[in-house]
Design a protein around this ligand. Structure first.
Ligand SMILES: [Zn+2]
Ligand SMILES: [Zn+2]
Length: 340
């Protein structure tokens, strides 16, 4: 596909979409039902449907029955861990292989013209971003992902919390399914703001931001504390009335869904004239500029708190003005301290 029909390339070769990034119209005021209706298919397709389907596959064929999960047995936990790892290896590894190793669409729709592995970087284990990121995914990400899953399954099976059935509460579950992405975004935004607090940034979140030019393996490349806080989103299903299938959907939304935002390309080509929107631009700008776009735009937190960057020249100017103000404030504070 000709990516220049959809955006422009600067002299460094970085590609930028023509249209500035927009947050979802869900919380716009005054409400715009027409915009919500136009946007609604994107709410489900392709990602939400994919994570819901994967949760169903796990619930139906991977997760053992409650008689097994009410006891913490090594065999079922090890099997679940192995299957989760295999799924992540196939999914994340498959996308990485296609876009970054085989480079099937070259740099078409690629935001950053450079390839992450091109230069040795001592910031990363083995000097390579992809190996470092994959290692962090499997060494701490997958045990924590699986650990949260085991805790959820055990809590439901052992009767720590009640299991609600779809047949008894169809309307409630439909509403909960629609609300889950909002819950994810809210949890993620709060955790993300917290770990950008300088002391936590230095100790925890810096690991994720080492990948300025992110690729699929960067998605779950985090410090273990961030993994724990990130996957804890599924534990809300022990507080809200819910059941294991919904809790796994929430977990898969976080686990598999982390790729949205780190793929590095605006569109993934799936044929000569067809491509899937990656919805990665908002989070790409976060990796590029750090102090913008803490959320992913489903709930417009960044608009509300003045940290939204839509990729346009105006967005860039607003960010620079905000930073300038911050620097001036810090300078004034320093001067006041020195004068004392
Ligand atoms: Zn990220
Ligand atoms: Zn961040």
């Amino acid at each position: 596909m000709d990516d220049l029909l959809f955006g422009a390339r600067d002299k460094r070769g970085d590609w930028k979409p023509k249209e500035p990034a927009v947050s979802a119209p869900l919380f716009r005021f005054p409400p715009s039902p027409a915009a919500i209706l136009r946007w609604l298919p994107h709410y489900f397709l392709p990602y939400n449907v994919a994570w819901a389907a994967s949760a169903y596959v796990w619930w139906r064929w991977v997760i053992p029955d409650p008689q097994t999960t009410q006891t913490l047995g090594f065999a079922w936990i090890a099997r679940l861990f192995a299957i989760n790892c295999l799924a992540v290896l196939t999914f994340y590894g498959g996308v990485e292989l296609r876009l970054y190793w085989r480079r099937t669409q070259a740099t078409r729709f690629k935001y950053d013209a450079r390839w992450p592995a091109e230069r040795r970087d001592p910031t990363f284990f083995f000097g390579r971003q992809d190996l470092d990121n994959a290692l962090r995914t499997f060494v701490s990400g997958m045990p924590i992902w699986t650990g949260v899953e085991v805790l959820l399954l055990h809590a439901f099976a052992a009767g720590w919390v009640p299991t609600l059935h779809f047949a008894d509460h169809p309307v409630y579950f439909a509403a909960l399914a629609l609300f889950m992405p909002v819950l994810h975004e809210t949890h993620f935004y709060l955790v993300h703001r917290a770990i950008h607090w300088p002391p936590l940034y230095a100790r925890v979140h810096r690991v994720h931001h080492n990948s300025i030019n992110a690729s699929p393996w960067s998605s779950l490349s985090m410090h273990p504390v961030e993994h724990l806080a990130y996957f804890a989103v599924a534990l809300w299903h022990l507080v809200l009335p819910s059941n294991p299938l919904m809790a796994i959907y929430q977990l898969h939304y976080a686990g598999f869904g982390a790729i949205v935002g780190h793929v590095g390309f605006d569109k993934i080509e799936v044929g000569a004239d067809a491509a899937i929107d990656s919805h990665a631009y908002i989070h790409y700008l976060h990796h590029k500029h750090f102090e913008v776009n803490y959320g992913d735009g489903l709930v417009p937190f960044d608009r509300w708190f003045g940290t939204f960057h839509d990729g346009s020249a105006q967005g860039e100017a607003a960010m620079q003005a905000r930073w300038e103000k911050k620097r001036a404030l810090a300078k004034a504070k320093e001067a006041a301290k020195a004068a004392r």
